[in-house]
Unconditional design. Structure first.
Length: 320
């Protein structure tokens, strides 16, 4: 498959002439933001670009292509395989999982149930195509810290937004699942609530998350962790972005059932995360044997520190 082919397939065939140059930038591409009657914005290589009508990228706002509502509708229908009804459940959550492992966020007119919960989103006026990048080997330098005499340690990845925590978690899952220099492969249960880690399309992972990994796609983390523990007997349970008391309780229950856990959380340091009341039970019960603190210096993604369960620094800043 040619570079960018997955990106190009997101668009109807009659519109692909405008997206060929963008698709060729897939390795640097981060987001494609489409808004009805607004300029098309492309985020690539940590820079913002406008799309010209010809498909060229420019920094000149005066040359930006303004997307018509009808064209946005064509793109949405194509991504949903011309059946918005079939994607109603996903649209209700504010996104669509697209072929190629992409997640497409949507915004528009929200329809509510009588109890004020979201029923659907219609008259879609904005979409955000997020390009998930797979970096095999991203966790290579961290794998030796995950084990003590082949015993898998539970780990928490602490990171500000946009510093590669999901990419790192994906590669940890893959290497634990397939096996590595420190230990043979183990069964992994992955709860991919926002469809970003495994990049599933119709239940099949688009990203390599390992041969022994079972994925619950689009499932709430708290419920999914318990489902996997009860039915799939994982050695490791993995989930992205802990954010609720239910997530914390499910993680505690998974550990009580004999599983190791790998998770991520927004933050800039172990001290910051440890000081939040929401996460106090995890620290009081000493759930994690390893903490990986991520950061960014310029355009480089860094592991700022590897710390053990007591907070001792095992290794300081290095490139991942």
């Amino acid at each position: 498959m040619e570079a960018g082919e997955n990106v190009l397939r997101l668009f109807p065939e009659q519109l692909r002439f405008r997206w060929r140059q963008v698709a060729r930038e897939e390795a640097r591409l981060q987001e494609i933001r489409l808004r009805a009657q607004r300029p098309v914005l492309i985020y690539a290589g940590n820079s913002e670009w406008y799309l010209e009508e010809t498909g060229a990228l420019t920094k000149d706002a005066a040359r930006a292509y303004v997307l018509e509502k009808e064209e946005l509708g064509q793109i949405v229908r194509h991504i949903c395989r011309y059946s918005l009804y079939a994607y109603e459940e996903e649209l209700r959550k504010g996104y669509v999982s697209a072929d190629g492992g992409f997640r497409v966020g949507v915004a528009g007119e929200v329809i509510l149930h009588p109890d004020q919960t979201v029923k659907n989103i219609r008259c879609i006026s904005s979409i955000n195509i997020r390009i998930a990048h797979e970096r095999k080997g991203a966790a290579q330098k961290l794998i030796p810290f995950l084990y003590e005499k082949e015993r898998l340690q539970s780990c928490l990845i602490i990171s500000p937004p946009g510093c590669g925590k999901t990419t790192l978690l994906r590669d940890i899952v893959r290497q634990v699942s397939d096996g590595n220099a420190c230990a043979p492969g183990k069964t992994v249960g992955l709860v991919d609530e926002r469809c970003e880690i495994a990049g599933c399309f119709q239940g099949i992972p688009g990203k390599d998350v390992g041969m022994r990994t079972d994925v619950l796609d689009g499932c709430p983390k708290a419920e999914g962790m318990m489902m996997l523990v009860r039915s799939m007997s994982p050695a490791l349970v993995a989930a992205d972005e802990l954010g609720s008391a239910a997530d914390v309780e499910a993680l505690l229950q998974a550990v009580k059932c004999g599983c190791s856990v790998a998770a991520t959380v927004h933050g800039t340091s172990l001290e910051e995360v440890g000081g939040k009341p929401l996460f106090a039970p995890l620290f009081q019960n000493r759930i994690f044997g390893r903490f990986f603190v991520l950061g960014k210096r310029g355009r480089e993604f860094m592991v700022e520190a590897v710390q053990d369960g007591d907070g001792r620094v095992l290794r300081e800043a290095f490139l991942c």
